[in-house]
Design a protein around this ligand. Structure first.
Ligand code: HEM
Length: 531
């Protein structure tokens, strides 16, 4: 293992010494008997005054916390990030400017749909969430292993997740894409088509977390010392290359070892085969966002690398397994809103919704506002403010006054000056509306681009996946609706899928000379409904 970094040193203070010592209660009272409760006579009732019994049972009764509403199953590891070259021209984020710095990091990989105990090798998106413990505070890059997302606006996220998760009447199927509600959502929301192409590809079956790409998905904004903004997409590229299992393998592995990906990550790190990923950025100068035939704010679109190459800027090495799964992997609370000076958001409506959702859910999942004090969540940067109280408060403020401004407290934190986070002063004006612009209306072109970039064997796997997953859907009109959308991605694909799912092969669609489907079909809610 490498020498301890700031984060490891901080965690050391919380580690329970594993050397054998005397058993005690939670309050340190020595315990000499833990197999027999205190009773009246040898055969009589148990006494309430048996505080050790009460504490032991009560603690056990309260061991569970809610699992994450999505991405419930995961595995995590610590590591560090090093920069190849300064990005100071684009951002004032110090960890992206200082090539001599090694920034501690924690990563959690996850599946999305399944519960905490589900299998690793299911067909699903994988989460790739990275926390950088920078000297200016935590920066969380909460991404996935696919560069686009199912929906354009986060207000649809509850609908989407309800459709993806097991159906409400019988909680079936667990962690599978083969069911009516998911495909019903897909046929009614054609913006899902690009992501569904990725989902039906082998990218949804990663062989190892060490062999998986990661993407920030949204367009973010870098801001330099002079206040100049640059749009950015973040990419992770695994050093071992990107590799998948094939469908048949995933099925067998799921039976033999449901922990396949989790075990692989753990064992690789234990044996010194440290997973490594290269961070890359696609940069688009502020003011040039209009040069693409898609909207940079639309999270169902990539920026093709032929148009903006990915520039490698640094590497992440994962070199330490956590000591305790619950304390670290389960209690880590990533949040897209955790940014440091020099990194800012854009108006992508999916990104904006996420800014609200993560903290909100973590207040419930981790029991109140002080979860930032949990060891895995604590920044290595100094924390000082007037937040007080709340459940499980572990800080002991020394000041008499916990308000700003005050003249009597002593030790009142001064407001930061040049170090302070400043929000990019984007000029905005407009009418309130629930309409999306026309630039969000093309749901097929990039799905076609993806299909066209596939080798023959990859196409075979995609067709087989559509046939298998969609073929399990009861409702005939849902299968027809999906095939109709596929017809606007690629006619041959649609015919091949139709033949495998008992649907009449469609006619070739009318397209304009940009390869786009007719506008009517690119709007939502055009698909089939019950006859
Ligand atoms: C959890 C990624 C969209 C809500 C996660 C996690 C990842 C992730 C990686 C797991 C974090 C962990 O390991 O603890 C993404 C990506 C998205 C996306 C890449 C789209 C680009 C959304 C949207 C919402 C949302 C639109 C809601 C509006 C949540 C919630 C959790 C979560 C509530 C659970 C967080 C927790 O309990 O700690 N997401 N997500 N996500 N995501 Fe997303």
């Amino acid at each position: 293992m490498t020498s301890p970094d700031d984060k490891q040193r901080q965690l050391d203070a919380y580690r329970v010494d594993p050397r054998a010592s005397e058993m005690t209660t939670d309050l340190g009272i020595p315990i000499g008997e833990t197999d027999n409760s205190l009773t009246v006579g040898e055969r009589g009732p148990t006494l309430m005054e048996d505080f050790h019994f009460r504490e032991k049972i009560t603690h056990f009764d309260h061991e569970r916390i809610p699992e994450r509403v999505v991405h419930a199953r995961g595995a995590g590891a610590y590591g560090h990030f090093e920069l190849y070259e300064s990005l100071g021209e684009y951002t004032r984020a110090r960890f992206l400017c200082d090539t001599s710095a090694s920034t501690p990091a924690f990563v959690r990989f996850s599946t999305v749909a399944g519960s905490r105990g589900s299998s690793d090798t299911v067909r699903d998106v994988r989460g790739f969430a990275t926390r950088f413990y920078t000297k200016e505070g935590n920066f969380d890059l909460v991404g996935n292993n696919m560069p686009v997302f199912f929906i354009q606006d986060g207000i649809k996220f509850p609908d989407f997740v309800h459709a993806v998760k097991p159906e409400p009447h019988n909680e079936i199927p667990q962690a599978s894409s083969a069911h009516d509600t998911l495909w019903d959502f897909v046929q009614l929301q054609p913006e899902t088509m690009h992501m569904m192409m990725w989902m039906m590809s082998d990218r949804a079956l990663p062989r190892s977390f060490r062999m998986m790409q990661g993407f920030g998905v949204h367009t973010f904004r870098l801001v330099n010392e002079a206040g100049k903004g640059t749009f950015v997409k973040f990419h992770w590229k695994p050093k071992l290359g990107t590799h998948s299992l094939v469908w048949d393998e995933t099925q067998k592995v799921a039976g033999k070892d449901p922990d396949f990906n989790r075990r692989d990550l753990w064992e690789a790190i234990e044996s010194g085969q440290y997973p490594e990923y290269e961070l890359g950025v696609q940069l688009v100068p502020e003011g040039e966002e209009g040069r693409f035939d898609f909207d940079l704010l639309d999270p169902t679109k990539i920026i093709p690398e032929e148009e903006v190459p990915v520039r490698p800027v640094g590497r992440l090495v994962l070199d330490r397994n956590p000591d305790n799964f619950f304390a670290e992997v389960e209690q880590v609370a990533f949040h897209l809103g955790n940014v440091v000076p020099g990194i800012d958001f854009t108006d992508d409506p999916l990104l904006q919704a996420r800014l609200f959702s993560y903290l909100d859910t973590q207040l419930l999942r981790l029991g109140g506002p002080n979860f930032t004090q949990l060891p895995v969540n604590q920044p290595v940067a100094r924390v000082d403010n007037h937040q007080v109280d709340g459940p499980h408060q572990t800080r002991i403020p020394q000041s008499r006054a916990t308000y700003h401004k005050n003249s009597i407290g002593g030790g009142c934190p001064a407001l930061a000056d040049e170090n302070a986070y400043t929000h990019f002063p984007e000029y905005l004006a407009g009418h309130k509306t629930r309409r999306r612009p026309e630039s969000f209306a093309d749901h097929y072109s990039q799905a076609t681009l993806f299909w066209n970039s596939m080798a023959d064997w990859e196409r075979e796997h995609i067709v087989a996946a559509f046939r298998f997953e969609l073929g399990k859907v009861d409702r005939h009109y849902v299968r027809e609706g999906v095939v109709e959308h596929l017809n606007h991605v690629d006619h041959d694909l649609a015919v091949a899928v139709a033949e495998g799912v008992g649907v009449e092969p469609p006619e070739k669609p009318v397209t304009d000379n940009h390869g786009r489907s007719s506008p009517a079909l690119s709007q939502t809610n055009t698909a089939h409904s019950p006859a």
